[in-house]
Design a protein around this ligand. Structure first.
Ligand SMILES: *Cc1c(COP(=O)(O)O)cnc(C)c1O
Length: 387
């Protein structure tokens, strides 16, 4: 028995490719080694390609939440009216940042089985024309839904507000068009669809967002959370630049390699692979008589499929059985969703038809063992139909 699951089919972090693992294990470099600087610049350019932006990209050194919190801290002037869009757990949690950094909170909320209606965003801006910052989660991993960012962000732009978007579990699994959609600050993480390690927080930042940060009465500088430090100390003239602090060199080397793999596969092909995996997972879940958490399939995310725990089945027991007996990790309900759902992950290396079908098969088998009335093969059969 190995010390961890054989198949990590969770909602992230997921298993890396053998190639990314080799990159992670390369010799540690001095962060001012010209070779490291070359790799860092290359990684930044590839991230611009990934984000579809000609604007700035910084690589904050920490888990993805660092970028999200730093965005709030860097842009919100105490007293600023901030519109937070809530259709799930990550959206809900963003309000804590807004309030911690002195924002006056305005929220548009929807049932966690639905997504944000752009018309409600428009209405909020009409009611509160003085909104300065808008925050929204793109792919709500805990509830398995996808907000229509492409329609929401232009509304913020039109009303002169800075948009902060959590695309951590969206990037690589669905379209993200930073410039086209006018996203001011887009935060991602390497540990979801990109299948790299969870230690970096790449963030795209628009000119309008830098302006907002500089115009704060007390701009955030000389802080680990500072985005301006990256702009002013690193994204300046090449002769003068220096890292604001030591970079996580191995994480950067691994991300650089993971991004090469994205473009070798083709970003569009990678997105298509995630959409296919999600479609197979949904068919399998429905085929075995389960109900999806999202209200309809057209709003479902592509990185994980969230399924209602069936009546009489303890999802913790289901996951324990899958782990102990079949060496598979899937995810449970996150925070408020605990006990209500389980999550079938299909991100990055796990977004493969064969792995999704295996996952469906073993979930089916485990549910059967737990006494849930499922006809063996019904989920797998439905899944195979859509491949
Ligand atoms: C994974 C994820 C993050 C990263 O934060 P953790 O909670 O530490 O995993 C942020 N936002 C979304 C939507 C995520 O899926």
């Amino acid at each position: 028995m190995s010390e961890h699951a054989l198949f990590n089919l969770s909602a992230g972090p997921v298993q890396a490719t053998a190639r990314t693992l080799r990159s992670l294990s390369k010799q540690i470099m001095y962060h001012n080694d010209p070779e490291f600087i070359r790799i860092f610049d290359e990684t930044t350019e590839k991230l611009q390609r990934l984000f579809k932006t000609k604007g700035d990209v910084i690589i904050m050194q920490g888990e993805a939440l660092l970028g999200l919190e730093a965005a709030a801290m860097s842009t919100i002037e105490p007293g600023d009216k901030c519109l937070n869009l809530v259709s799930g757990i990550y959206g809900h949690l963003y309000a804590y940042y807004i309030e911690a950094y002195g924002g006056r909170l305005v929220e548009v909320r929807t049932d966690y089985r639905k997504v944000i209606d752009p018309a409600d965003v428009e209405k909020a801006f009409k009611e509160h024309p003085d909104i300065k910052v808008m925050s929204v989660c793109h792919s709500e991993t805990p509830t398995g839904t996808l907000n229509p960012i492409q329609d929401i962000c232009p509304i913020a732009k039109k009303h002169g507000a800075i948009s902060i978007v959590d695309s951590v579990s969206a990037i690589g699994g669905t379209e993200v068009e930073v410039d086209e959609w006018g996203i001011d600050i887009c935060c991602i993480g390497p540990q979801k669809n990109l299948a790299s390690s969870p230690g970096l927080a790449p963030v795209s930042v628009s000119e309008a967002a830098w302006e907002k940060m500089r115009n704060k009465s007390r701009p955030v500088r000389y802080s680990y959370m500072s985005m301006l430090d990256f702009k002013e100390q690193w994204l300046c003239e090449k002769e003068k630049r220096g890292f604001p602090y030591t970079m996580f060199t191995n994480e950067v080397v691994a991300l650089n390699d993971a991004l090469d793999q994205v473009f070798e596969e083709g970003l569009d092909n990678m997105i298509a692979r995630h959409k296919t995996a999600a479609r197979i997972a949904r068919a399998g879940a429905i085929g075995m008589g389960l109900e999806l958490w999202p209200e309809s399939e057209d709003i479902c995310g592509t990185c994980a499929t969230v399924v209602k725990a069936p009546e009489g089945v303890d999802e913790v027991q289901l996951r324990r059985l899958l782990y102990d007996k079949y060496r598979i990790t899937i995810s449970g309900g996150y925070r408020d969703m605990k006990g209500k759902v389980f999550r079938m992950g299909h991100m990055g290396t796990a977004a493969e038809p064969a792995l999704v079908v295996m996952q469906i098969a073993m979930i089916e088998k485990s549910l059967h063992e737990l006494g849930y009335p499922v006809k063996l093969g019904s989920g797998v059969g439905a899944a195979l139909e859509v491949i």
